[in-house]
Write a protein that binds this ligand. Structure first.
Ligand SMILES: *[C@@H]1O[C@H](CO)[C@@H](O)[C@H](O)[C@H]1NC(C)=O
Ligand SMILES: *[C@@H]1O[C@H](CO)[C@@H](O)[C@H](O)[C@H]1NC(C)=O
Ligand SMILES: *[C@@H]1O[C@H](CO)[C@@H](O)[C@H](O)[C@H]1NC(C)=O
Ligand SMILES: *[C@@H]1O[C@H](CO)[C@@H](O)[C@H](O)[C@H]1NC(C)=O
Length: 341
């Protein structure tokens, strides 16, 4: 006996939606930066995202980001420290059971070669004891590294200690603490990256502190010269900073500039007298007095009228025995014996 049949019709609606990726614009990144390539996909169930790299590698979120590239949970592809070799087409793939969508994103990588912002050639003057800062600010993508080369060829990197008093700050500035004249020379700042290099040269002149001129050596204060001898008056080796100008004053009052030795080839009577050797700089003036006595060729001005008795060490009476070998008070040489015969 047929009992009959019952039927139940069930309609199962599976609400599935294939993935759809939104947007997608070309992307430009600076060399050295991290490039982020977004990929936002909709779909139901939520699509899984993976990327196809220009070199054929396929990266998905599950893949442990061992290299420079990785996929973030939101599907964004991150490439660290991009270089021009990372340029190309990156394809984002979104998949779910209902289908697949893909989007190609073009990545452009531009490089900025290193540049030093300060003057390429600069002269810097300092005074002994000063602390001097020589700046070197660098720009570029990828970020350039900076180092200085000291006059003796030593390279110094930021925060490196190569010798006391010399330090390079992280911003590239070179600090010379307590500069000395021996620190004078050429300092070179070099910025380098994978895309090139740039440099600047600072010529540093450190002078000693200003000091008064000093006459370090000179002829003795009194020079006696015989007739016909060549006169050499010395006033050399002047100290002082800045180096002083040296000049001589002759007995007749004339000044003339000279360095060191004063030479007179045939001194005559009028050359005897006071000589002044003077040294002058911005700080001050100093002089030294030198006296020249000259024994001159005897010159008989008057002859004795008769016999003149002369005793050694005494003036020969009131005889008119004016035997003058001098025309200047400082150069009188009287040789009595010659005339008192
Ligand atoms: C492809 O490029 C990625 C990212 O630069 C890198 O990690 C991977 O090793 C490369 N694969 C091959 C086969 O060159
Ligand atoms: C660099 O850093 C030092 C120390 O912080 C500072 O004294 C100097 O002014 C800086 N220079 C520049 C050019 O930024
Ligand atoms: C001056 O120096 C010269 C050479 O240095 C020397 O021959 C001369 O004797 C010196 N003169 C005096 C007066 O010291
Ligand atoms: C002083 O003496 C020098 C050297 O003998 C000479 O050249 C100059 O003309 C003289 N000056 C005067 C004012 O006599």
């Amino acid at each position: 006996i047929p009992l009959g049949a019952a039927r139940l019709l069930v309609t199962l609606a599976v609400l599935a939606e294939p993935p759809r990726i939104a947007g997608g614009r070309p992307l430009t990144a600076h060399s050295g930066d991290t490039a982020a390539l977004p990929c936002r996909a909709r779909g139901s169930p939520a699509p899984s995202i993976s990327w196809l790299l220009p070199n054929g590698t396929r990266l998905s979120r599950s893949a442990a980001g061992s290299g420079r590239a990785g996929v973030r949970p939101d599907g964004t592809l991150l490439i660290r420290a991009v270089s021009v070799y990372d340029r190309g087409l990156y394809t984002c793939l979104a998949e779910n059971p209902a289908g697949t969508d893909s989007l190609a994103v073009k990545l452009q990588v531009v490089a900025a070669p290193p540049t030093v912002l300060e003057e390429k050639r600069q002269s810097v003057a300092g005074t002994a004891g000063d602390s001097l800062e020589l700046p070197c600010t660098v720009r570029g993508k990828p970020e350039p590294s900076v180092h200085w080369v000291l006059p003796d060829g030593t390279a110094v990197r930021p925060l490196q200690t190569v010798r006391p008093g010399v330090l390079v700050f992280p911003n590239g500035t070179l600090l010379l603490g307590g500069a000395a004249p021996s620190d004078s020379g050429s300092y070179e700042c070099i910025a380098t990256s994978s895309t090139g290099s740039d440099r600047r040269v600072v010529s540093l002149a450190v002078r000693s502190r200003d000091t008064l001129p000093k006459i370090a050596s000179a002829s003795q204060e009194l020079t006696r010269l015989n007739f016909g001898e060549r006169l050499l008056l010395n006033c050399t080796a002047m100290d002082g900073n800045p180096p002083p100008d040296i000049s001589w004053m002759l007995p007749n009052g004339t000044w003339f500039p000279s360095s060191g030795t004063l030479t007179i080839y045939n001194p005559e009577g009028h050359h005897a007298g006071r000589y002044r050797c003077a040294a002058r700089n911005q700080v001050g003036y100093i002089e030294k007095l030198l006296l020249l006595e000259l024994a001159q060729k005897p010159n008989i001005l008057t002859r004795p009228a008769g016999l003149v008795k002369g005793v050694s060490g005494e003036t020969p009476g009131n005889q008119r025995a004016g035997l003058l070998g001098c025309r200047s008070p400082s150069s009188c040489v009287l040789i009595f014996s010659t005339f008192l015969k």
